[in-house]
Write a protein that binds this ligand. Structure first.
Ligand code: MN
Ligand code: MN
Ligand code: MN
Length: 293
């Protein structure tokens, strides 16, 4: 089955509109797509509306209601994808409201810090670039490039926005346990996103996985973005060891040299694919068996 369970639209820091993203998925013959915008389901809602209005394609595209939440674990910024969540539930609405407030507060703090470093107006600039979408560090990076403070978005992260840099404000995010609980309360499956992106030691990564699992997490990304076969093997081994179902996704943000939508290597043998337990109809809510977990 051709699935992509991690990508972004303009509702967060992607460059395509939700309908363009769906169109791209259809062109690439994907059968299941989860739009996992940062902390919001507005992109998913727009995509669902667009898909329901157009004539059914020859190859139907299942759209999974999903999101990528920001949180902290032991002072480390971590992302958790929620798949098959009830987007209208109290749990979903509450956590997204608090994350939205945290994002705006964070944007102001990043703006203040950059102003002190001689780069004024960044909060307003980043918010303008985000438009109606959720403001994030990529918008700050684009602003810094536009103003000529850095030559590339990569340099912006290296010098000002990346882990441990002035723009790395994470104390405002909720705890890992809280976002996992909210996903479960919304009948979703909590998926630990891109586990190798946190650059933890093997021991600390295991601790993170254990904490995630203790909080109610039941899946992890095993093939995500462009990664080596070795990295896939390491993640597959961890998913088998902890009995976590395996998810796959491109983490597509925009056309370019990065991972293309749906361009995902095969899942290593012995992993239990998370999409097999996501319902195949309606809004793609979880199966009753999953709700019991
Ligand atoms: Mn992003
Ligand atoms: Mn992420
Ligand atoms: Mn992502």
């Amino acid at each position: 089955m051709r699935v992509d369970l991690h990508c972004h639209s303009r509702a967060s820091d992607g460059s395509l509109s939700p309908s363009e993203l769906c169109e791209r998925a259809l062109q690439r013959s994907l059968e299941m797509l989860a739009i996992t915008d940062h902390d919001t389901v507005s992109g998913y809602r727009a995509a669902r509306a667009w898909l329901s209005e157009r004539p059914a394609p020859a190859q139907p595209l299942q759209l999974v209601p999903a999101v990528e939440y920001s949180c902290v674990w032991m002072n480390l910024g971590v992302h958790v994808v929620g798949l098959g969540i009830d987007v209208d539930s109290e749990a979903s609405i509450q956590v997204q409201e608090s994350l939205r407030a945290a994002r705006l507060q964070r944007a102001e703090l990043i703006g203040e810090r950059l102003a002190k470093l001689g780069m004024p107006g960044a909060c307003e600039g980043a918010r303008a670039l985000a438009g109606d979408g959720q403001v994030g560090r990529p918008h700050f990076a684009r602003f810094l490039v536009q103003r000529g403070h850095v030559r590339s978005e990569e340099e912006a992260f290296d010098r000002y926005l990346g882990s441990g840099k002035p723009g790395d404000v994470k104390t405002l995010w909720p705890q890992l346990e809280e976002v996992v609980a909210r996903i479960c309360a919304a009948n979703g499956v909590a998926v630990l996103a891109h586990p190798l992106k946190y650059r933890q030691t093997a021991t600390r990564l295991r601790k993170l996985i254990q904490a995630f699992q203790a909080a109610g997490g039941t899946a992890m990304e095993v093939v995500v973005g462009r990664q080596s076969a070795d990295e896939s093997r390491v993640l597959a081994q961890l998913s088998r060891q902890y009995g976590l179902r395996a998810s796959v996704g491109s983490d597509f943000h925009r056309p370019g040299p990065w991972c293309e939508l749906g361009d995902i290597a095969a899942l290593p043998a012995g992993c239990e694919p998370v999409w097999e337990s996501i319902a195949t109809e309606g809004e793609g809510l979880c199966t009753p068996a999953m709700r019991e977990r």
